[in-house]
Design a protein around this ligand. Structure first.
Ligand code: SF4
Length: 233
């Protein structure tokens, strides 16, 4: 039994290695958009919930232009913050979340709005600290940790969740939250960065939620999806 699970783990690891290699060959070494300081990344990721990158960036820039610093955002009347981030949608929800997050950081750091203390915590504690902030889920926490602080975490967004299900990199019925833990325990840490970004690109360009083009997919032979579309359209 133990031998069988060791063998299936070896198969899984080899599959990850090949997927990573193929995606790298197809898309190149990916780069995260401008890396932001951790607090900026946290705010930007809260703004990105349920909207596209363009609207997120417009809202983030307007917020930065409207207020001189994060302390001013934290202390501003809620309506002014909501107005500044309207482009991102769900502003009535995101505004208070952003202000709440800034207040939590300030309360923890004696008034300094800075997340660098997370560097000194074990990864799980750092993740838990972020997830205790209202409106911060495992994806947002992992994005801040991985892309802004270089702490190994594997963010699971809608593309990653869909693709890992189709490819067969996670059990089909695993929810998003458990998928974070499942993938982090299996994917090598040094693959988190490029695999996350290249799987998202595959999801956007080849393997969409409603349309998937398996005939031009660089990992078609590694994918376990039962409803492949192999006919060029
Ligand atoms: S083979 Fe098809 S379903 Fe599988 S990852 Fe590629 S596009 Fe998606």
């Amino acid at each position: 039994m133990v031998e069988q699970s060791e063998a299936s783990e070896r198969v899984y690891q080899e599959k990850i290695r090949q997927i990573r290699h193929r995606l790298m060959a197809a898309f190149g070494k990916p780069e995260w958009r401008d890396p932001l300081p951790p607090v900026d990344e946290l705010v930007s990721t809260i703004l990105s919930q349920n909207t596209n990158d363009v609207n997120r960036d417009v809202a983030f820039e307007k917020l930065r232009d409207t207020f001189p610093d994060w302390e001013s955002v934290m202390n501003a009347p809620a309506a002014e913050v909501i107005e500044a981030i309207r482009t991102a949608g769900l502003a009535n929800q995101k505004g208070p979340r952003i202000q709440g997050a800034l207040q939590e950081i300030a309360a923890y750091t004696d008034g300094e709005i800075d997340l660098s203390f997370l560097q000194d915590l074990p990864t799980e504690e750092a993740r838990q600290w972020l997830m205790n902030v209202k409106g911060v889920g495992p994806k947002t926490a992992a994005i801040v940790l991985l892309f802004s602080m270089g702490i190994p975490a594997f963010p699971v967004d809608t593309h990653i969740y869909r693709l890992t299900g189709r490819i067969g990199l996670r059990p089909a019925n695993l929810n998003v939250e458990k998928t974070h833990t499942y993938l982090e325990e299996r994917i090598p840490e040094d693959a988190f960065y490029d695999l996350h970004l290249n799987l998202i690109r595959l999801g956007r360009e080849v393997c969409g939620a409603r349309k998937w083009h398996c005939y031009r997919c660089p990992i078609e032979d590694l994918c376990a999806f039962k409803e492949k579309n192999l006919a060029p359209d």
